[in-house]
Design a protein around this ligand. Structure first.
Ligand code: KG4
Ligand code: ZN
Length: 385
């Protein structure tokens, strides 16, 4: 049986005059921006105003030609969430609502531009917290409709990958990329701008998530990952032996077993009433995670080099919040030197969430004519591949 409300919803209604006029407005916006997007392909410079609100940073930036940062403003909500030990979605959405206008104004001011002088707009449409994403998407849809400028909806993870285009003007696809953030641990091949081939992924926790959970067990405040990293610098990475994860696929990851082993180690020490050697624990955990991340990345590289009989100039990039990790960066440098592979990493401030990476990703989508219409929605579970 279908309840009356549902039945009513399913009967297609004839559009009334108001709806028709709304539809016409939407159509003309879309047709107009498609024309503009075509023209922008021949423009000497394209400046994009980008907004990122997928989690706990309200960030806006102006990026020129996908490569040059004219401004990059990040308003972090850490202070608001620290009290709760993690991101509270409702608080995040409200804080984005309050900060969006201010952060956008500041990004335009620092770029020395007016809104009218920008060529296009970009916003993160997913993945992320639905309420947080919706505030950004609706804010930019409003600006797009009011100004008639093209709007590009960007995948947040593609944004992280694109941070490398900002830090390395010479980097062009194809390249291999390790994407390590709070929700992702992926090994991908970027075959061309905006095109990805999945090589490996985590079966359970993401690397950032594992760092955050381990940090919590040590009593470190949110956000745990960067704090574990700082603490680990003081510790002995050989102090505690943690297991090597077992995975189904050759290039896949798994961090939940490692996390459980870490928690058990901490509990055993606590039960014995011993003071926790926090720095040694943090260093041992960081060593285990970085070793796992880099071993699989190296396995891909080794296999590619073997297939090509050594005659291949591979490029390896890292992206996402965890790529800011000091030991991961050192391990990647060492591995790439040994394998004679060119390494690309975003500068530290571009590893974590920011608006500039969204502006860079949007540029290459815009060149392909991929503009959004005003029905664009937030997609909290949007995938890269
Ligand atoms: O990419 P990101 O800023 O947001 C997501 O898209 O998830 O990544 C955030 C994640 C968090 O789990 C955070 O703890 C971790 O990246 N992270 C780090 C470091 N900096 C950020 N983990 C380890 N070491 C760091 N230095
Ligand atoms: Zn992110």
């Amino acid at each position: 049986m279908v309840c009356p409300e549902e039945a009513e919803k399913s009967v297609p209604r004839r559009p009334g005059p108001a709806q028709k006029s709304e539809e016409r407005k939407r159509m003309s916006y879309f047709e107009n921006v498609r024309r503009q997007a075509e023209e922008l392909k021949n423009r000497e410079h394209v400046r994009i105003l980008a907004l990122e609100t997928s989690c706990d940073e309200t960030a806006a930036a102006v990026v020129e030609d996908g490569r040059r940062i004219l401004s990059n403003v990040v308003f972090s909500q850490i202070d608001l969430h620290e009290l709760y030990g993690g991101v509270v979605p409702e608080i995040a959405s409200r804080a984005h609502m309050e900060a969006c206008d201010r952060v956008i104004d500041q990004a335009l001011r620092e770029a020395g531009m007016t809104l009218e002088e920008t060529d296009a707009l970009a916003v993160t449409k997913g993945p992320g917290l639905v309420g947080a994403l919706l505030t950004g998407v609706n804010c930019m849809k409003g600006i797009a409709f009011a100004t008639g400028k093209p709007l590009v909806g960007v995948n947040h993870i593609e944004g992280h990958v694109s941070a490398n285009y900002l830090s390395h003007p010479d980097l062009e696809p194809p390249f291999l990329c390790l994407v390590v953030s709070g929700g992702h641990s992926h090994l991908v091949e970027v075959t061309e701008y905006g095109c990805y081939r999945l090589l490996g992924q985590t079966a359970d926790d993401a690397a950032g998530e594992a760092f955050d959970k381990a940090a919590r067990v040590l009593g470190l405040p949110y956000p745990g990952g960067p704090r574990m990293d700082v603490l680990a610098e003081e510790g002995n990475p050989e102090a505690f032996e943690l297991p090597r994860p077992k995975t189904a696929g050759k290039y896949d990851y798994s961090f939940s077993g490692l996390k459980t082993a870490f928690i058990n180690t901490v509990h055993r020490l606590e039960q014995r009433g011993e003071p926790l050697p926090k720095a040694d624990l943090a260093a041992s955990f960081r060593r285990a995670v970085c070793r796992e991340l880099m071993e699989k990345a190296e396995a891909v590289i080794r296999d590619r080099q073997r297939e090509a009989g050594g005659r291949t100039a591979l490029r390896f990039a890292m992206a996402g919040g965890v790529s800011a990790n000091r030991e991961l960066r050192r391990t990647a440098e060492e591995m790439c030197r040994r394998r004679q592979v060119k390494l690309y990493m975003p500068e530290i401030p571009l590893c974590t969430d920011n608006g500039a990476m969204i502006g860079s990703a949007a540029y290459y989508r815009l060149l392909r004519g991929e503009t959004a219409d005003l029905s664009m929605n937030a997609e909290p579970a949007l995938r890269l591949i």
